[in-house]
Design a protein around this ligand. Structure first.
Ligand code: GLA
Length: 354
């Protein structure tokens, strides 16, 4: 229990505690900074946090994943340290008036890092929500998600979109968040009870701030400059044809954004109509688009996705920022156990996440 950990480390009971889930994105990748739709759902796994305000400007941070206590300050810059997200969130919480000073904080997580299932968004949103609740402020979860994105963009320097923060702030397991990242309008859609959205780690760990995410963002910025507007996802075929003068690589980046957005719109409809065969097909097509057009997959993940489908999943794809991490696969509940065993034994470095 997080409160017990907190008490044994800091010697007092925490003032407030809470749980924030991780997320898995079912379809719509790299569309969230290009004006498109995404379809993430919350995982049963996540991060528990417990907080007590301090009377000085220090932030004392304990995590079950790291040794010792990190001692940081509200005036600290990001330092490429595991505690940066907590520090960035605490600084913003103070700017918002949720906190007067620093905090003692304990964190316990069941989310593997570098897996593309949003451990960083979960911790950032978690700290901001708890600080808001401590202050008895009425800011909405949606606005908390927007703030959490600012921590990533401005404090950490990671130019991510809004999907992860909205997903972990709003979605619940068993429901997908159909989110329009242009307007932040959303709808919660039930996931099929007779299928499981399995999340399997490829064994290939990734780090978003390695630079390749930024590279894709910059390529999309070049497409936006050529279009004269920011919404690559919702361009028509005719507008796409106008990009012919661009280098082939930029045309392919644009095509991924446009087609993955369209697939996501269709996937939301499939969920509502309970057409899971078609949903699976769209997931497979999304993977191919990430592999060939957006070029964010790696051979190990391609193989895992291929085998997931060969062994009986209706569809499978890499999920999250890319370059490794997890796949998500839609598999009938009654086939789940044999499928899982066969897939994991064919890929000994991969492991079950959820
Ligand atoms: C990461 C980012 C998100 C999104 C995905 C790709 O998870 O944090 O904003 O861009 O990659 O869909």
């Amino acid at each position: 229990m997080i409160s017990e950990h907190f008490e044994s480390i800091f010697g007092t009971t925490p003032k407030i505690e809470g749980f924030t889930p991780g997320r898995v994105n079912l379809i719509g990748e790299h569309t969230d900074y290009n004006g498109g739709m995404v379809l993430p759902t919350a995982l049963p796994l996540g991060i528990s946090l417990a907080i007590t305000p301090r009377t000085d400007s220090k932030i004392h941070i304990w995590s079950d994943k790291f040794d010792g206590i990190a001692i940081r300050n509200l005036s600290d810059k990001a330092d490429d340290h595991w505690s940066d997200y907590i520090v960035g969130a605490a600084i913003l919480a103070r700017e918002q008036g949720y906190l007067d000073n620093g905090i003692n904080i304990a964190a316990q997580t069941t989310l593997p890092f570098g897996a593309g299932i949003s451990s960083s968004a979960a911790v950032t949103v978690g700290v901001l929500k708890l600080a808001r609740d401590l202050a008895q402020d009425t800011t909405s979860d949606k606005d908390i998600a927007v703030m959490a994105r600012r921590v990533e963009n401005e404090y950490i320097g990671m130019p991510c979109g809004i999907m992860d923060q909205m997903a972990v702030a709003i979605a619940r397991p068993g429901q997908a968040l159909a989110l329009d990242t242009e307007t932040l309008a959303y709808e919660l859609v039930d996931l099929p009870g007779d299928y499981h959205m399995a999340v399997i780690h490829s064994g290939q760990f990734r780090q978003l701030n390695e630079g390749r995410y930024k590279e894709r963002k910059e390529e999309c910025d070049a497409v936006k400059a050529a279009l004269g507007h920011d919404n690559i996802c919702q361009i028509s075929d005719a507008e796409f044809a106008l990009l012919k003068h661009l280098p082939d690589v930029l045309q392919r980046r644009a095509r991924h954004c446009m087609t993955d957005h369209r697939r996501t719109v269709e996937a939301i409809d499939c969920l509502k109509r309970r057409d899971f065969l078609k949903l699976g097909q769209l997931m497979n097509e999304s993977h191919v688009s990430m592999r060939d057009d957006f070029e964010i997959t790696v051979p190990k993940v391609d193989q895992l996705v291929d085998d997931a489908v060969k062994l009986g999943a209706l569809g499978a794809r890499q999920t999250g920022g890319g370059f490794g991490g997890c796949i998500v696969a839609c598999i009938a509940n009654d086939k789940l156990e044999t499928w899982k065993e066969a897939l994991l034994s064919r890929h000994p470095e991969s492991f079950w996440v959820s």
